[in-house]
Every structure is written in C-alpha cells, then in structure tokens.
Design a protein around this ligand. Structure first.
Ligand code: GDP
Length: 142
C-alpha cells in the first residue's frame, strides 16, 4: 500500500553534514521524497510538534535539542513507507539500533539520535500537515 510518512533529519545530523548520506539510504530503500524543506524550529513549534511527549521526563531536553540548529524535513512516499522508514531509521537508542541503520551509523545518543519518523498512519498525516501545505507535496510523475 502506498503511504506517506514524515522524516526529520535532526540538528545533530544536519550539523555533522550527514543530510546527503541519510537521504541516500532512504532512496536506496525505494522511498521517494515528495516534499522537502529546511527549517529552524523555535521553542513553541518544537513543543507543539512533540506535544504527545509533553509529560515525559525527557520533553524539555528534546525540545531544547530540536531548536539548536536547522532541521531537514521531508515527506516520503512509498510502499509501506511508515514501516520501511522506521526499519531504515533503527531503534530510538542508537545503542540498540541494528547495524546498517541510520541511527546506528549517524546517531550519538538517545538524545541526539539523527532522525525522526512517523510511527503510524494517523501521526504521519498529522505530522506532514504540520510542516507542509498541500501544494508543497508533489506527485512523483516520474
Ligand atoms: P522515536 O519514534 O524512535 O523517535 O522515539 P519516541 O517517539 O519514543 O521519542 C521521541 C524522541 O524523544 C526520540 O527520538 C528521542 O530523541 C527522544 N527520547 C526518547 N526517549 C528518550 C529518553 O529516554 N531520553 C531522552 N533524552 N530523549 C529521549
């Protein structure tokens, strides 16, 4: 089933100049970029994006980290895109991430873990519309 999911290359990976290598991994998996932009989140926007985590002990650290530098936000499309992208991302804690995954290779800690990916169809839709207007999402006509 063709799906869309939201990817964020987080400030650590952008800062380390790993944007290209990360996108290469997605493309090799067959995922297609259908929308992309760089943004530097402010505190309010980061809090809003991670609202589901607001009661978690790590919420403050997560928001502080996400506003340290620009991020690369992408809408990805593909067959089972949500799961395919979660698989290529690897586990939340890079120590647990399978070898060859993005987090195993580019993340340094659970706080600075290189990428975000939607975890369900419902969240994917919400997260894509958080960053993209409908006209900023393109059909891959070829
Ligand atoms: P994900 O879907 O794999 O990104 O993981 P979650 O949705 O559970 O958590 C969202 C983000 O919060 C993670 O990607 C981490 O950046 C951060 N996070 C999760 N657990 C912890 C933790 O125990 N400590 C810290 N500092 N950050 C965490």
């Amino acid at each position: 089933m063709t799906e869309r999911t939201l990817s964020i290359i987080k400030p650590d990976a952008v800062g380390n100049n790993h944007i290209g290598e990360i996108i290469a991994r997605l493309e090799k998996k067959g995922l297609k970029v259908v929308g992309a932009k760089m943004v530097h989140l402010n505190e309010q926007k980061a809090q809003q994006f991670y609202e589901v985590h607001k009661e978690r002990p790590f919420f403050k650290d997560l928001v502080s980290f996400m506003i340290t530098g620009p991020v690369m936000v992408m809408a990805l499309e593909g067959n089972n895109a949500i799961k395919e992208y979660r698989d290529v991302m690897g586990a939340t804690n890079p120590k647990d991430a399978a070898s060859g995954t993005i987090r195993a290779d580019f993340a340094t800690s659970i706080d600075e873990n290189a990428v975000h990916g939607s975890d369900s169809k419902e969240n994917a839709e919400k997260e894509i519309s958080f960053f993209f207007k409908p006209e900023e999402l393109l059909s891959r006509t070829r």
